[in-house]
Design a protein around this ligand. Structure first.
Ligand code: XMP
Length: 520
């Protein structure tokens, strides 16, 4: 797919490299992140970027054998923007000097402009507030001598070469991180850079949709494709996009493992049957899964049991589809990027529960992954573009193992039924109070304890449950949602009144870390 302008980000392993891509995507610019080891002159020619950004990274350019950009990059006539380690790499490779710092700088810093440089071009709009720029620094080394052709545009107390440029070659290099929110004008600086490089912002969802459809058709030809549908946003968008591209050649398999939320299986199947004329196998395998989970209380055993059964069941149904050569998955960009860590290993762990991990190899299927260039919010935008109902797109994430990991201890049908009811009341409350979209994820966990209560004049001895609601941007870190006491009180009352089997409600106020979002 190269019908749009592309920016290449060479990743030296910074924790925030993905944020560079985020900022650029917000400007409707497509970028590819490639680990530095995988970038050669030939790769750059193949990607044919309009400009290159060199990311930050944890290494020190003063160390022998530390990462470098291909030297040829600097002779290709491309605009280049170096960030932190990327700046140091540029200076080192272009004849300047970097020293291991006795002046490490972490966190907020202020950059002041050098007196004699005109603040136009990519620096237009900077330094307007109190004549200085707030930036976010995170470096131990620093540049101590500029490469020939460069001049200083801005300095901070610990980074005399905080902003540098060789405007004749369109090379720019900064010590701070413009991609993070704590550099308020960072995005403006990046925007100036990409505009200067000739980007017009042609990465729109409408364009992506067209391109993706074309690519799918080219890849699949006249062969059959299977798509595992979980009812989540990613697999649903994948299915609908594929259906638009190849119509009748697509068959979706929706496995109901009996661990879904109340009415979920019926709703997903109805949504697809009513709105899309997609071939859909709805497999009710609840007995199989719940039977296999009987007596299992260890979280890892639960996950592994479900994962394995899922593959078996999916394979069983997929075998019925004659001539299937491809398996479609809703893999997203964050799962794909092979970012590099200090040790050179991948820094992103891929989650495979959602997708039918292991199947392609087992069945000899080839993969179709039309979302692998997208971030989560872009998948939602694509879903809107494809006409998926808004409330479907905005649904909270739901884990592959489903309610099994919200039912600590042994799973029983009785507990699952109670959990489904309590969860439905809780989500209803959240929706009624208009809070659903402010929350990343909300659910009930049923606890493996019974407690004593009094209702009417009688004694009760029923399950306790915990409400969970968190805010998050990516599920990696999270904070509990600050409901009002009124909301919590009203919700507890409703759950206890409406759900037989629960007589005590607690609210989980653990952040992540140290907790996780799910209970298991
Ligand atoms: P944790 O509990 O690890 O969850 O803080 C982070 C996010 O990932 C979801 N999650 C899963 N998603 N398969 C999935 O597809 C899984 O096995 C799984 N476990 C957790 C969780 O719901 C939250 O959004």
């Amino acid at each position: 797919m190269a019908q749009h302008q592309t920016l290449l980000i060479i990743d030296f392993g910074s924790q925030v490299t993905q944020l560079i891509a985020r900022r650029l995507r917000e400007l409707n610019i497509f970028c590819e992140i490639r680990p530095y080891q995988a970038v050669t002159e030939a790769v750059i020619q193949e990607i044919a970027p309009l400009a290159v950004i060199l990311s930050g990274g944890p290494d020190s350019v003063t160390r022998d054998g530390s990462p470098r950009a291909p030297q040829a990059l600097f002779d290709m006539g491309l605009p280049i923007f170096g960030i932190c380690y990327g700046q140091q790499v540029m200076m080192e490779q272009l004849g300047g000097k970097v020293e291991a710092g006795h002046h490490a700088e972490y966190g907020r810093a202020y950059v002041a402009p050098t007196a004699d440089h005109k603040l136009d071009g990519i620096f237009a709009g900077l330094f307007l507030t109190e004549g200085r720029e707030q930036v976010w620094m995170s470096h131990g080394d620093r540049v101590t001598a500029l490469a020939p052709g460069f001049e200083v545009i801005g300095t901070s107390p610990n980074a005399p070469f905080a902003i540098t440029a060789d405007e004749s070659r369109k090379f720019y290099a900064v010590q701070f991180h413009p991609e993070v929110h704590h550099t308020p004008n960072g995005k403006a600086l990046l925007e100036n850079f990409v505009r200067m490089a000739g980007f017009t912002g042609d990465w729109t969802m409408a364009a992506y949709r067209e391109e993706a459809i074309k690519t799918i058709r080219e890849q699949v030809g006249d062969k059959q494709v299977i798509c595992g549908l979980s009812g989540g946003v990613d697999s649903s968008v994948t299915a609908i996009l594929l259906h638009e591209a190849i119509g009748e050649q697509l068959t979706c398999v929706f496995v109901d493992h009996g661990l879904l939320r109340q009415n979920e299986a019926a709703e997903v199947v109805k949504m697809f049957r009513d709105n899309y004329n997609i071939k859909l196998i709805a497999a009710d395998e609840a007995d199989l899964f719940i039977g296999a989970l009987e007596g299992v209380s260890d979280p890892e055993v639960k996950r592994k049991t479900i994962g394995k059964l899922f593959i078996d069941v999916f394979q069983k149904y997929a075998n019925e589809i004659e001539g299937a050569e491809f398996l479609a998955q809703g893999t997203l960009y964050p799962d794909v990027i092979e970012s590099v860590s200090f040790s050179g290993g991948p820094s992103v762990t891929i989650k495979s529960h959602h997708n039918v991990g292991g199947l392609p190899e087992k069945m000899g299927l080839k993969l179709v992954e039309p979302l692998r260039e997208l971030f989560k919010d872009e998948v939602r935008a694509l879903g809107r573009e494809l006409g998926l109902p808004a409330d479907f797109i905005g649904r909270h994430p739901f884990p592959g193992p489903g309610l099994a990991i919200r039912c600590p201890g042994e799973i029983t049908r009785e507990k699952l039924a109670i959990l489904q009811k309590a969860d439905a009341v809780y989500i209803d409350q959240i929706r009624k109070h208009g809070l659903y979209d402010d929350i990343w994820q909300a659910f009930v966990a049923i606890l493996p304890v019974r407690t004593v209560g009094v209702m009417g004049d009688g004694r009760t001895y029923d399950y306790a449950c915990a409400l969970r609601a968190v805010t998050s941007v990516d599920g990696m870190t999270a904070d509990y949602y600050p409901f009002t006491h009124e909301f919590l009180g009203e919700t507890a009352t409703r759950i206890i009144n409406e759900v037989k089997g629960i007589n005590r409600v607690t609210y989980d106020i653990t952040s992540k870390p140290p907790g996780t979002i799910e209970w298991e």
